[in-house]
Structures are given as C-alpha cells and as structure tokens.
Design a binder for this molecule. Sequence first.
Ligand code: RAM
Length: 703
Amino acid sequence: MFEERKDKWLKKAQALKPKLFHETVKPVSPMPDRALCENDSLIIDFGNHCVGYLTLAFSFEGSHPDAPAWLSIKLCENERELSESLEGYRGWISKSWVQLEQMHVDVLPAQITLPRRYAFRYVKIDVLGLSSKYKLIVRDASVDAVTSANDEAVQPLAEEEIDRQIDLTALRTLRSCMQDFFEDGPKRDRRLWMGDLRLQALTNYVTFRNNDLVKRCLYLFAGTVNEEGRIAACLFTEPRIEADDTYMFDYSLFFIPALLNYYEATGDEETKEELTPVALRQLALAEQEFDPLTQLVNDSDRLGWCFVDWALPLNKQLCAQAIWIYCAKAAQKLSFDPEREQLIASRIRAAGTHLYDKDSRLVVSGASRQISWASQVWAVLSGIAEGEEAAACLDAVSEREDAIGMVTPYMMHHYAEALCLIGRKRQALEVIRSYWGAMVKNGADTFWELFNPANPDESPYGSAVVNSYCHAWSCTPAWFLRSGILEDQMKYKGIIFDLEGVICSTDEYHYQAWKALADRLNIPFDRERNNLLRGVSRMASLDIILEKSDRQYNDSEKLALAEEKNALYRTLLSNMTPADVTDDVRNTLETLRKADLKLAIGSSSKNTPFILERIGLNHFFDAVADGNCIMHSKPDPEVFLKAAEMINELPEDCLVIEDAHAGIEAAANGGFDSAAIGDAKDDPRANYHLTALFDLINCIQLQ
Ligand code: RAM
C-alpha cells in the first residue's frame, strides 16, 4: 500500500532536513587547578542540559608521562545519575544507553573531542590508571551543543516564578529533543516515536515554530508505512530511513490528530491532501481490533499492543476504545464521512453500555473491569463521558485507592487536557504546577520520561540508570502555559443561585404541607391545583387554596394558617439529607469551586439556612442572601443585589441561576445576566437555557 508514493514522501522528508544551530557551552565555573592522581575524580557542571559533542583538554605536571592516562568519563543528564551505579544492572533494556566511556590518552598535552553525541549536564572524570611519575590536569572543557530549535522564535512567559521555571524547563526539554527530527530522548532512544511526536509538535507550534520539522516527521512516517499501509510506532533515520518493527494500536492512530494539528497550525493544504489517505488507512486497519457485535475493541493482552502509559498493570481496553474515537473524530475534520459519524456514535454507546459502571460513575476496562485514571481521562477526551458525567469520572477516581495511577508526563498531559476540556483550567494549572513543579524541585532542568511522585526512583525499565531525564513528551507545559490556561477563564466572577428548584427540590414538601392543611380544613386540593402555586409567595398561595373553601378567613386567621403550613413544611424539611443534592448539582458546584468563582445563594425563602444545613451545604457558599434579609421579593432584584454586595462583585460580573420566571425578571431588573433551568428554562429573557445544571460550565467559559 502506498508503495509507489513512499519514495517521493521520503525525498520530501529529506529535503526538509533542518540545519542545526551550534553553540559553544562552557562549564559554569573555571576548571580547578588541582592536578589529579590515580583514583581521583573530577565533576564538571555545564550549568544546563545540553546535547552535543564534548571536548576535553589535558595537560600534566611532573616528569614526562611514561604511561598513558586511563580515564573513565561518565556523562549525566542530572545530578542523581552521577551516583547511580551499573553494578548488578537488572534492567530489561540494554545498558549500552548509559553514557559511560573509557579512554586512554597516550600523548600529553592533548585536546580530545569524543566522537559520540551525548545528552548531559554533568561530566564525571575518574582517573582509573596513572603513572606515579606525573599528575593529570584537566585544563579545559567545552561542548559544541546542537539543536534545530530556534530560540528567537519563542515568546518568554512573564508569569509567576513557578510557571516561568516550569516553562523554561519544558522549553529546554523540547529544544534538546529537536535535532534532525523530533527525538524522543536525546540520551535514549534518540529516535522518532509517533506518540511523542504528536505532543512535541503541539508544543513546537507555540514555541520554536519549526513547522517544517513536523512536516518532515509526518513524511518520514508516511514514507515508511508497512505493506499494509500501517504507521510504525517509531523509526530510525540512520544509516538509512527505516521503520522499527514495533506497531502499536494507539501510536498508529495518533498519526491522524498529528496531521490535523499540523494542518490547523500551518494551513498547509498540500500536505493535508497528500497525507490524509495515510491517516484514514490507520482507521481502516484498526477495524481488525474490533468485535463487530459489541463494537468494542478487543481486550488484548498482547505485549505492547497499545501503549497509553508506562503503568504496567494498566488494562488498555477502554483507553484503546477511546483513542479510536478521539482519532476518528480528528479524521472527520480532515475528511468528513457520515458513515464514520455513525460508527463513532455506536462505539461511544458501546463503551457506555459495556464499560461504564453506573453505581461508581466510573468507566471500567477489560474483563476484570479495572478502574484506572487513564481510562477516566481518555473517556473524557473521547467524549465517552461528557458534561457532568465526565466531571464525575475525574472526581470519583480520585476517591479510589484501588485505581491504577498515572506515571508519565505523557499521561499527565492528557489528564490536564481532560480537565481543561470540562472547564477546569484552574485545576489543570494546579496539576502542572504540582506534577511538573515537583520534578523541578527534584532538580530537573529538563523533564523526565517517567515521574511517579510516590516513587521518584521508579523506572519503566527495571533500573533508573537507563531512564531518560530529558524526554520529549514531557515538554507540554510550554504548550499549556501558552494556550490560555493562565488567562482569566470565566465570563463571570460570581454565580448566584436560587435555592429551591435549582440547588435542591422542595416542591414535594411544599405540596405535602399544603395538602395536609387543606385536608384538615376539608378544602379540595390536589397536585394539579398545586401547580398554580409555583413561584408564588406563601400568603398568595394560601389565598389560592382558600378560594375553594366554603367559609371566609380573616387576616389573623390566615396568618395562623400560613404559620401552620410553614411549621408542617419545616418538619418535612428536616427529613432532607445531603442525598437530596443530585450528582448534577454536586458536580457543577465542585467544578465551579475549582474554577475559582465566588458562589452565593439568592433565595426569597426564609428557610434557606435551615435547608442548606440539612443538605450539608451551609459552609459551601461564600455568601447567602435570603428571605430573612430582604424587604421585597422577586421580581424585585433586592435579594440578588444583596448577594452580589456580600461577595463584593458588581451585578454585571455575576450570573444568576433561576428556575422561576419571577427570578429571571428579578435578575434582569438588577442588571444581572441569567441562566434559566427547570420551569423557566425557555424564558426568552434569560441569557442561557440549561437542560442540566452542568450545562452552565460550557456557557460561562471564555473560548
Ligand atoms: C519508550 C520511549 C518512547 C515511547 C515509547 C512507547 O521506548 O520512552 O518515548 O514513546 O516507549
């Protein structure tokens, strides 16, 4: 497949081979005068992570060197590597990745450039053997550092110190990985991986802007598809361009969003047209992995069939299903197909039917119905879980100690992206500050391939010695920090909720109390008549009920009856519990709280404090304005104005949520925007019309 085009594509890729920028990097402090004897060692710090060629200059003191200097040279990406030992290495990938050399210097003085390219900040020289007739002096050291990243294209961030540090570290990471192509790690694996490319490219579009390098990589992948047309998980470019024999479900599919993102960043129609067939071919090939009856992706345990994260016990079924959906949606943007649209819908439904646990509100994966963070994150990113359900997935998993965690910055990227998608940019920023920030605190000057805060020494390879401490997929904070995560994300500063009918439903209790009173007075009253009482004050409601009575009541009798009803109503209210707050309401409130908004109640009910206490929300709101502190009820705006004043915000900066027409009118009268729900949902005076409270989250976000 594509055989006749592959050569042309590889030629295109080769024509885009970048020129590398060179920079000479010197150690942070001058070389010590100290002369070295056998068994002495010296550590040289170059100040920052760099990728390039090391030159060392040696001289000696004492008599003419009568034997070579025998040296061990260890190049380390970070400080912790300096003390890591290879002895008893038990990792499962080759220890040949360790940057450790031995050499003999026969003639002194000498200047030696090591032939290999290294990724490092520190160099440790151990003198393994030296004649006692002379001492060795390391006179000078320098690095010819190389990258294809153009620093001048980057706009620096002038934000909080922590963000600046994270951003610099992320930029340095990407810069080191940008060579002839986007390497995954310049120490290890020094090759082009599809999963990594996708995230590097995203970050590149808003930083170094070397879009031709992305184009080159897309053509490299397209030019090396196998006979079926499948994109390999990774490829080599030396001695000739060749795909590795590793194929992974998710990595092949990620060619699709990578191409789409490239097109969105550059508008390069030609590349889009030429490579879209390759992208669509990945979807077609993925079909083999689906069960046509259930529309679920097979629950495979073939080693490495789908990557997702380095959490080894992770079951990949849900993630694979979600990644297919995510990539198929991207394919729709490259080339829309109505049949594919239906297939996407049916696979979302299949996941909902077979891989969603209604009780826990979590998606599950595989025959063992495993619960993991990765599954929840991908369910959100794919749209398997949407709106309030999506928020519930991310919240519920954090309560589960048995959930399989996330261990790579790659997976954490997707978590932060999922949070942004459901409107929790603030929380996403916190994730970036705490997760990537913890690496900075642990001494990272480039971000690592894997970081498990619970176990900073964890390695996917059985030994930290072979870890990559500068790894492409961890560079995305530089993308997040430039993609609106820091901006004021909400249209409003405060949200004011009506209580009854919005936060909780008390309709039934009102009905039962009026019914009991009407029964005692022998006045006919039923649910139909009860509808007439909606949004009507207590005394006016009583008048409506008394219309059907045979006798007249004077004002003081009426007051007593209203009191009687209220007493009954309050007795009934005391049956309320936190369970009266629906998941929709709870998730919406949590999400708004995490978005850093001020939340208030504006309700005409004098029972407000009592109800809030019963449903367990009395300490939740920043302010409560209720029937006890106002003179005029809705549609007068007094209660909302009071609430806005209590949270110190102007009406135009607040949004009112109401289920009664009188409330929507009150909001308009006070100069507030409003969102209508329930009975008032279609009120034309409202700015937003909500089917569920969670719909609010999308309405109030700045795009
Ligand atoms: C490792 C590398 C690479 C990653 C693959 C799946 O070999 O770390 O970055 O994409 O695994």
